[in-house]
Design a protein around this ligand. Structure first.
Ligand code: NDP
Length: 332
């Protein structure tokens, strides 16, 4: 089977030459393991961080070895209790066509309950990030006015819709194209949205939320965070989920210049990691699954076909080519 290796550590925006497609033998599963033929791979912003040789909450990818990441596929062979050939599994050994996975690190998924790709997006890690980040980390309450950046992405699109469904007084989003902005207001039910490339974020946020905001869900950092600090009410809350505007930076980036407002406004600014919130998973699946079935929540995804296009999908996601979750569909 084929696998994608990282062969050079990117400096700045990654280039296709940092990656190589290589052939490797498909081993048989050992005791407690399963052999999975991957059907969908996830490409995620955090993978950019793992390409650097830097200490972080996840270890760096090794060079000349297959990268890792979320994947769903079909079990071809099993030496583990709980999995049989023909079952489907969610696991962490993406970026390869075939994966031998410790069954303890795989979760069974039901392709009859939802399309397989949904377990990488709306019903998977990004979905739980949105749910926990809004409801738990930001302590969202009915009547809050919410602003989310990266609003047309996997996490952001859900944050805005969950806020709407939970009774937000106003939901505002920002995204990087006019087409995405249209999708936010016309499909996702945001009250207002703006294209951050069309002008200063502070001014555009002020127009979109003239009465200010109670919660900011940050996926972007930089000038978005600065604008949100200006717009937040006293006792406002910020979930710092991601800062994608800085992931390819080669120099330390400018801080928001207005951090002192945190004092007078008594803001709560809290970082999060989704893995800390597994206790919410059952409630999240029940509630979000219900909204999907009733049609109250829409979930778009951008599917790139072909294992050979996985790096292009990753780079495209970093450039904003996705609306909703970016996934790679493997051939066959
Ligand atoms: P998305 O589906 O949102 O895809 C990334 C998007 O980022 C692109 O579509 C692009 O959209 C936007 N983007 C790229 N560069 C910039 C930039 N310079 N400024 C503003 N926007 C930019 O990805 P996810 O939903 O998977 O992730 C969203 C955020 O959440 C990321 O920051 C990620 O790191 C974080 N995250 C954090 C987790 C945690 O546990 N803390 C877990 C999961 C995700 P556009 O066209 O709008 O520019």
């Amino acid at each position: 089977g084929r696998e994608w290796h990282l062969v050079a550590r990117p400096r700045g925006f990654p280039s296709p030459e940092d990656f190589a497609l290589r052939e490797a033998p498909v081993p048989a599963p050992g005791p407690g393991q399963i052999l999975v033929r991957n059907r969908f791979l996830s490409v995620d912003p955090y993978m950019r961080g793992r390409m650097n040789d830097a200490k972080s909450y996840v270890p760096p990818f090794r060079l000349d070895a297959p990268m890792e990441g979320g994947a769903v596929g079909e079990v071809l062979a099993s030496e583990a209790d709980g999995f049989a050939p023909g079952d489907h599994a969610l696991h962490g050994l993406g970026w390869r066509e075939y994966a031998v996975v410790d069954a303890a690190k795989a979760a069974p998924v039901d392709p009859a309950a939802a399309p397989l790709s949904a377990y990488l997006g709306v019903l998977g890690m990004p979905g739980l990030t949105a749910y926990a980040g809004l409801l738990e980390v930001a302590s969202f309450r009915e009547g809050d006015a919410v602003f989310v950046s990266g609003a047309a992405g996997a996490v952001g699109g859900l944050v805005g819709q969950i806020a709407r469904l939970k009774g937000a007084s106003r939901v505002v989003g920002s995204a990087g194209s006019d087409e995405k902005v249209r999708a936010l207001t016309e499909e996702y039910g945001f009250h207002a949205a703006f294209n951050y490339k069309n002008g200063p974020v502070t001014e555009q946020l002020h127009r979109a939320a003239p009465d200010g905001i109670d919660v900011y869900f940050d996926n972007v950092g930089g000038d978005h965070l600065e604008a949100a600090i200006d717009a937040l009410h006293v006792h406002g809350r910020v979930t710092v989920c991601g800062m994608i505007s800085q992931y390819n930076a080669t120099e330390p980036t400018a801080a928001p210049r207005n951090l002192a407002q945190i004092i007078g406004k008594r803001l709560r600014v809290q970082g999060m990691l989704v893995q800390d919130h597994q206790d919410l998973r059952a409630r999240f699946l029940e509630e979000v699954g219900g909204w999907l079935r009733s049609g109250e929540l829409v979930s778009r995804e951008t599917v790139v076909d072909g294992f050979g296009n996985a790096v292009d999908a990753f780079l495209g996601m970093l450039r904003g080519e996705n609306t909703g979750k970016m996934v790679v569909a493997l051939d066959g």
